[in-house]
Design a protein around this ligand. Structure first.
Ligand SMILES: [Zn+2]
Length: 263
């Protein structure tokens, strides 16, 4: 136990030392960052809705596809309601705050996140790229008008009805991607640019899903970018990382930010 604690402390020092050299650095975060803010931890590869879909039986996993959502929006929202209720009341935790501090101090160019919960912005991060979309807005599937998400989710949590468009009565879909949907292209473009410009990528609270994000990271490694990974469980890219901190992000990220104060 003591051995493990000292290995963690040493890896935190190494991660701080990498950042202290002030390479261009971007953070990539996932569901593990928000679990300590009370959002469900689905404990499976991927994050958010994708992970929720992975642990559902086949007939229910279909709910998390766009087609399934259109076929049975009431069932989708019944499933999704506890998560939305948790998001509405969630506050940023020390891991979110530490990343905002690192950005303000010039150590980070921004955060690319798989989370759509808005907690990085609430913590004060300025550049946040939400590659799986955001719950801050929703779009009508009939007239494609966009609307603010939280009032819709509040009404859903209070009354249990699937949100409807206030212009045409069409079904409102949260602006997060469902299983099998493409990444939002603007966010994907911005994320790729940030990753391409980075010499160091700080991966925090994600076991890394497959798909485009993993391919972008592999391309970054091929270009010579270094990886620092902070995650409780193993990730696919651990063997390629310069340093792996096997600890909870709410402990490790504030510890790293603390060491960088005054450097
Ligand atoms: Zn509409």
């Amino acid at each position: 136990m003591a051995e493990r604690a000292s290995a963690v402390a040493e890896s935190i020092e190494q991660a701080a030392a990498l950042l202290a050299r002030r390479p261009r650095c971007v953070a990539l975060t996932g569901a593990g960052l928000s679990t300590r803010s009370g959002l469900p931890d689905f404990r499976s590869p991927g994050s958010g809705l994708w992970a929720l879909a992975e642990r559902l039986p086949d007939d229910q996993a279909r709910l998390m596809t766009l087609q399934g959502f259109k076929e049975a929006p009431e069932a989708f929202y019944a499933r999704f309601r506890p998560f939305l209720a948790a998001v509405l009341s969630a506050a940023p935790n020390p891991a979110h705050l530490a990343l905002a501090q690192l950005e303000a101090a010039g150590y980070l160019q921004g955060v690319i996140t798989q989370n759509g919960d808005g907690l990085h912005q609430k913590a004060g991060s300025q550049t946040v790229v939400e590659i799986h979309g955001s719950l801050a807005t929703a779009t009508c599937l009939r007239c494609y008008r966009s609307d603010a998400g939280p009032p819709l989710w509040q009404a859903l949590c209070a009354r249990g009805e699937a949100p409807r468009c206030r212009h045409c009565g069409g079904l409102m879909k949260p602006d997060v991607i469902l299983t099998g949907e493409q990444l939002p292209w603007r966010a994907a473009l911005k994320a790729r640019t940030l990753l391409r410009e980075s010499a160091l990528i700080l991966i925090a609270g994600t076991s890394l899903p497959g798909g485009p994000v993993l391919a972008w990271l592999e391309a970054a490694c091929d270009r010579g970018a270094r990886l620092a990974i902070i995650n409780l469980g193993p990730t696919l890219l651990d063997p390629a990382a310069e340093v792996v901190v096997r600890a909870d992000v709410v402990d490790a990220l504030p510890a790293i930010a603390q060491r960088l104060r005054g450097t």
